[in-house]
Write a new protein. Structure first.
Length: 277
């Protein structure tokens, strides 16, 4: 019952469902029927890309429902990123952001995913979209220092580093891997602060325009402020940024909001299930 209530809440809150409720409801219903008949399903996504999905893949199936699961954040990637820019997908999971950046925009991607099942799904989505030459997959976690750490293989997007983990995974730092990234997206179940501590050199890169984080509490905000970044939300329809003062939802950290907003305004439209953004 709680899962059903959560799904209904997500539906009524999502910008695509608000604008196209009937079409969105039909996509959700169609997926629920198909995923019960087939274990693995290939679906058409945005701008000729495809996703290989299974029932229970929370983030990826959200894209099947709504086009862009994290609508405004994913739109910010589409509007800021340019071909051959570098996108870092930290906590890539099955590869929604990776396919969006490499397959739709034409950027180069460093994708980090220590979870075995998630990394296998990521590989499949890279292969089906023929993105091997644009994406480097790092089957490792990201932290404050390089080494190894225990990892919990969570369902869907819930895998994380934890002392209670059953498997040791390699850990790297962003400073050890990245060169001149344009955007970094982090969704690593509370590990964002440690990952940022291992990115002090990267945070000073002039090329770095945007960091998207799921976790953005006081310590993360303070570290980002020290590097010259402030916290914003983005509206994909108006293509405007507004300061973010709460800890709810994802945050966009920008060093130069004016320059970022200009790039957003200049970007071409992308059709997301018939909705131009």
């Amino acid at each position: 019952m709680q899962a059903l209530l959560n799904a209904a809440t997500n539906f009524f809150r999502h910008p695509v469902a608000q604008r196209m409720p009937l079409n969105t409801a039909m996509r959700i219903l169609r997926w629920q029927v198909i995923c019960r008949r087939q274990e693995v399903v290939t679906v058409h996504w945005i701008d000729g890309t495809r996703l290989i999905a299974q029932r229970g893949m929370t983030g990826l199936t959200g894209n099947i429902y709504y086009g862009l699961h994290e609508f405004h954040e994913m739109a910010a990637v589409l509007h800021i990123l340019r071909p051959n820019d570098v996108f870092a997908d930290v906590g890539a999971n099955a590869g929604s952001y990776t396919v969006l950046a490499a397959g739709v925009v034409g950027a180069r991607v460093d994708a980090f995913e220590p979870g075995s099942a998630s990394a296998n799904s990521l590989d499949r989505n890279i292969l089906i979209n023929k993105l091997q030459n644009r994406v480097r997959v790092h089957r490792m976690a990201v932290g404050a220092i390089s080494g190894t750490a225990l990892f919990i293989e969570g369902a869907g997007t819930m895998g994380r580093l934890s002392p209670d983990g059953k498997r040791n995974v390699p850990v790297t730092t962003l400073d050890d891997v990245l060169t001149d990234p344009t955007i970094i997206k982090m969704d690593i179940e509370g590990g964002e602060l440690n990952a940022l501590k291992g990115a002090k050199k990267t945070l000073q890169s002039p090329s770095l325009r945007l960091i998207i984080t799921e976790s953005h509490g006081k310590e993360v905000v303070a570290l980002m402020a020290e590097a010259g970044f402030s916290k914003f939300r983005y509206n994909a329809f108006s293509r405007r940024l507004t300061p973010l003062v709460t800890e709810d939802g994802n945050a966009l950290f920008l060093r130069d909001a004016g320059a970022a907003e200009q790039l957003m305004q200049e970007a071409g439209n992308v059709s997301v299930f018939g909705l131009n953004i």
